[in-house]
Design a protein around this ligand. Structure first.
Ligand SMILES: Cc1cc2nc3c(=O)[nH]c(=O)nc-3n(C[C@H](O)[C@H](O)[C@H](O)COP(=O)(O)OP(=O)(O)OC[C@H]3O[C@@H](n4cnc5c(N)ncnc54)[C@H](O)[C@@H]3O)c2cc1C
Length: 374
């Protein structure tokens, strides 16, 4: 094994794998250190919904660009990613939410995303299993889904075919231009990329990140019950709740015919599944699709999202440590934004240019004012 590289990437989740691939593609000698399986962590726990989100301009710029990159990437071998371009329907419960759907559609269309406003009749012609009485929705046609651990593996394999090395081990400490592994060995590189998801704070305690736990459940196979990823418009409120526990209706038709049911949010670093939270989430989902109550749930699990104080990821140099780069804090959008994240990071590390502004994601924004810290 080469003990010295241009860049060491800590973590081979979706973000680390994408960064390793983008850096290797630019000709850097990359070493990836992963303590567990490739694509474990939040990547293995996530829904894999590739979704354009527009809470603010920076989020929309990153997610819409990344979805374009995903489309090119999965077009090569869609089956390998278990990809489906299912589209998202943002479900509006009442007229007020339908007006919000309309505004969302205008915003997304301005970014080149194909959208169609659905009145109630159009909504039920798309998704007959939804409960009666809903007002309509917004269909965003370019959204899709992947099976994240597989996609992470594909990215890492491509990075390795470009010369990257994978080291199985746990990083115990980040040093000046080196990392110390738990077995006592040391790897050296000019640049260290920290992409350890919710565990980043173990290696860099000052980092402004908090773990947000999410529960998911998956059913037996019920092909055709739903066709699109269905998300309530109220999801956005719940996703950004500054504190407290919340659930939101988020239903996904897996290519296997199974239905993935989400999701919950709690500030918690424990991976324990909580029956009370699960039943709250399942009851809420059944409030939108009543037939869910008769389906067989096979498995439930949890994962930890790494949440930053302003909801945007940290992509770029960490000014407090020479040679240290961050690619983390993607919360519930890291699968979607992984490919654009990797391009943003690699461009900064190699003096390249990118099609969207870098500034909103630069980690230095949390060093300007101590009040920005969580
Ligand atoms: C319930 C849930 C649902 C989600 N749904 C979606 C969704 O539908 N769409 C979407 O876009 N995003 C979704 N996400 C978010 C997405 O899963 C994450 O943003 C993304 O997976 C983060 O990837 P990552 O590589 O940063 O972190 P992780 O996937 O956690 O990877 C970090 C890796 O670093 C390794 N590591 C940690 N510490 C060390 C160390 N000291 N040494 C070596 N290795 C280390 C870990 O083993 C792990 O493999 C969801 C998340 C959850 C929890």
């Amino acid at each position: 094994m080469n003990q010295s590289a241009d860049a060491i990437v800590i973590g081979a989740g979706m973000i680390g794998a994408a960064c390793a691939d983008a850096l290797a593609a630019r000709g850097l000698q990359v070493t990836v250190v992963e303590q567990d399986a490739v694509g474990s962590g939040a990547t293995a726990a996530g829904m894999g919904h590739l979704v354009a989100m527009d809470d603010n301009a920076a989020e929309l710029a990153l997610s819409s660009w990344s979805i374009r990159l995903w489309n090119e990437f999965v077009d090569e071998h869609p089956h390998n990613h278990e990809y489906s371009r299912c589209g998202t329907i943002w479900v509006a419960s009442d007229e007020e939410e339908l007006a919000a759907a309309q505004a969302k559609g205008s915003n997304m269309r301005a970014h080149g995303l194909p959208c169609e406003l659905l009145d109630a009749q159009a909504l039920y012609s798309q998704e007959a299993a939804l409960r009666p009485g809903l007002a309509g929705g917004l269909l965003v046609g370019g959204d899709g889904l992947v099976y994240p651990p597989k996609s992470a593996r594909i990215l890492l394999d491509r990075a390795r075919s470009r010369g990257a090395q994978l080291v199985a081990g746990a990083v115990a400490a980040i040093e000046d231009r080196a990392v110390l592994l738990r077995d006592g060995s040391r790897l050296h590189a000019d640049s260290i990329v920290l992409a350890a998801g919710a565990r980043c704070t173990e290696l860099l305690p000052g980092l402004p990140l908090q773990a947000k736990k999410g529960h998911l459940a998956i059913t037996d196979r019920y092909p055709g019950l739903i066709r699109h990823q269905l998300v309530e418009l109220g999801y956005i409120k719940s996703a950004h709740a500054a504190s407290g526990d919340s659930v939101a209706f988020n239903l996904q038709p897996r290519p296997t015919g199974q239905i993935l049911i989400g999701s919950s949010r709690q500030f918690s670093a424990s991976l324990d599944a909580e029956p009370a939270m699960l039943s709250r989430m399942l009851r809420h989902a059944a409030g939108f699709v009543p037939q869910l109550t008769g389906l067989n749930v096979l498995r439930c699990w949890t994962g930890l999202r790494a949440a930053s104080p302003d909801g945007l990821p940290l992509i770029g140099p960490w000014p407090a440590r020479r040679g240290l780069w961050l690619a983390t804090g993607h919360e519930g959008l890291g699968i979607t934004t992984s490919l654009a994240t990797a391009q943003l990071l690699a461009a900064q590390m190699t003096d390249g240019s990118v099609p969207i502004p870098l500034q909103p994601y630069l980690p230095q924004r949390f060093m300007l004012s101590p009040s920005n810290h969580v």
